[in-house]
Design a protein around this ligand. Structure first.
Ligand SMILES: O=P(O)(O)OC[C@H]1O[C@@H](O)[C@H](O)[C@@H](O)[C@@H]1O
Length: 286
């Protein structure tokens, strides 16, 4: 099947440092840092402008996980976004662009709220900044939502990577029926099917041995929780848009606000910053 025509926006700082955002879902589908692709997109990802893209940084909104009103992980990742501020370069060479999603008849039919989401992506020399602001445009009524910047990190071998900042945290283990547990590993290595929501994960997360052997620091603001996910072999085989052999090459560490604490601010900036560096110390704290 031919892929549907994709409308993407490329933010080019220089040939070796750039990001690509697909207007389908406002999904950041590539971030090249110093010539290395840092983001995982499945070789079987479907680009039909209907299904969510398997990989990248899909925006999960207004619901994380199964949703009684609509599709799992909400409609933002399968909606058409607009590029409301095209790529522009500041005096320091950083390139930024803004992508916006507002309510439509289709979104109001399943979730009857007026809203605006603005995703600002900035490609800097040493980091990729993604900032999502949710605005409530209802006349008076507040709304609650959960959201997630569902970041798929590309790794050479997940069993040889570590993730810091999780030790001691309480997590909801979705692989065990939602049982609450306490993380004992610090830093953590993923070597099996994981589908965890870490609560109050306020520290930065440092991921070692990411793409190109680099260390990535995931910094979060206003996103108090963190999802860790890897489907491992059996679940990978069950996903039509995921290669059977690809599970060792990614880890999803996603900055989120968990379902247990919905947010209802009028306007809420949610920030996630990724900064890779091959010489960054192994642990970076807040
Ligand atoms: O297949 P989807 O809808 O993209 O979801 C992938 C995974 O996303 C994770 O964030 C969820 O915790 C998992 O439960 C889910 O399986």
């Amino acid at each position: 099947m031919m892929a549907a025509e994709q409308e993407v926006v490329v933010l080019t700082r220089d040939e070796n440092n750039k990001a690509t955002v697909n207007l389908h879902g406002g999904t950041l589908q590539s971030w090249v840092h110093n010539g290395t692709e840092m983001i995982f997109v499945s070789k079987n990802a479907v680009f039909d402008n209907k299904k969510g893209i398997r990989g990248g940084i899909p925006v999960v909104f207004p619901q994380f996980g199964p949703w009684e009103l609509g599709p799992q992980h909400g409609f933002a990742r399968t909606s058409r976004w607009q590029c409301t501020s095209p790529p522009s370069t500041n005096s320091g060479g950083d390139v930024s662009a803004t992508f916006t999603l507002t309510d439509t008849d289709a979104t109001r039919a399943i979730w009857n709220h007026k809203f605006k989401l603005d995703l600002v992506v900035v490609v800097k020399a040493g980091s990729l900044d993604t900032s999502l602001t949710a605005t409530n445009n209802n006349d008076a009524e507040s709304f609650s939502f959960t959201c997630l910047l569902h970041t798929y990190f590309s790794l050479p071998d997940v069993t040889k990577s570590t993730v810091s900042g999780l030790g001691g945290l309480t997590y909801i283990d979705k692989t065990a029926g939602g049982e609450k547990k306490q993380e004992t590993e610090d830093p953590k290595t993923v070597s099996k099917y994981v589908d965890y929501i870490y609560l109050e994960a306020v520290k930065d997360h440092v991921i070692t041995n990411a793409a190109g052997g680099k260390t990535i620091c995931l910094k979060k603001t206003n996103l108090p929780d963190t999802v860790g996910w890897n489907p491992w072999s059996e679940k990978a085989k069950a996903m039509s848009d995921f290669g059977d052999d690809q599970y060792p090459t990614l880890v999803c560490e996603a900055a989120m606000s968990a379902a247990s604490r919905p947010l209802s601010w009028k306007e809420l900036p949610l920030l996630s910053e990724l900064s890779p560096s091959s010489d960054r110390p192994a642990l970076v704290l807040l």
